[in-house]
Design a protein around this ligand. Structure first.
Ligand code: Z5A
Ligand code: MG
Length: 217
């Protein structure tokens, strides 16, 4: 008898506004899945540890300048440099949780209102990256976010950018299938259990024959 093919892992993306609790929830989800005995890996973008990530980090901290298009392509390249390893993890049966992805990529760049940097332009380098099986969008009101601490010192942490980012996330997620909108204004545990429900459903739908997709135009 032949061995059963391994059930592939799921690609789960967590997106959302600043201070919505993405990183807290990704960690909780990772711990929950590993307690269940599900192989799981947690990665985040930007990954500031790679050579490209170091350029991004210095830009975000304000210690270097970059042209808007150039930094956009670096954020995208930072995803491409791990795309292959994500595919390999998924194929081997590991669920990969991703903290911010292409959606943050296009939204923050387009929020700069640079006339030659539209959402459409910004999406092009994302085409062909692994497509999430589930995208969770953590929504939070500006009032709730403010209770979680003031703006930090990084480049995009100001009112003008955050208002545009909020609008643009709405624009892109209105026409996107497979996005679960989560009310991230609730307590950490309430949000976590809502996420666990959505993820359990997604993982249950995975099978070895349905391959991981790729982001399309
Ligand atoms: N960016 C880009 O331009 N292009 C790209 O392609 C990508 C990103 C991928 C840095 O990202 C910047 O890069 C970001 C977008 C841009 N710009 N901005 N602004 P980052 O992911 O490194 O950002 P971050 O530092 O992780 O911050 P964050 O996303 O704002 O935070 P979060 O992960 O959503 O939240 P958290 O750290 O889990 O929680 C924030 C605080 O709230 C913390 O004190 C928690 O304990 C608290 N918290 C969390 N949940 C709750 C609940 N439910 N109740 C009460 N308190 C809570
Ligand atoms: Mg975070």
């Amino acid at each position: 008898t032949q061995a059963q093919p391994t059930r592939r892992g799921a690609l789960i993306v967590v997106e959302g506004l600043d201070r919505a609790g993405k990183s807290s929830q990704c960690e909780k989800l990772r711990d929950y899945l590993s307690q269940q005995g599900s192989p799981v890996k947690y990665i985040r973008f930007p990954d500031r540890t790679t050579p490209i990530g170091k350029l991004i980090d210095s830009y975000l901290r304000g210690s270097s300048h970059q042209d808007d298009h150039s930094i956009h392509l670096l954020f995208s390249a930072n995803r491409w440099e791990v795309a292959k390893s994500i595919e390999e993890e998924i194929a081997s049966g590991t669920t990969v949780i991703v903290d911010r992805y292409s959606y943050s990529g296009v939204v923050y760049s387009a929020a700069k209102a640079n006339p030659t940097l539209s959402l459409e332009w910004a999406w092009q380098p994302e085409i062909g990256l692994p497509r999430p099986d589930l995208c969770l969008f953590l929504g939070i009101s500006p009032e709730e976010a403010a209770k979680r601490g003031g703006f930090g010192a990084e480049r995009y942490e100001n009112e003008t950018m955050q208002t545009r980012v909020r609008e643009l996330f709405r624009t892109i997620f209105e026409k996107q299938n497979g996005v679960s909108i989560i009310d991230a204004g609730k307590s950490i545990d309430e949000v976590a259990s809502e996420i666990q429900g959505a993820v359990a459903g997604c993982i249950a739908r995975m099978d070895a024959t349905a391959p991981l997709g790729k982001l399309g135009p």
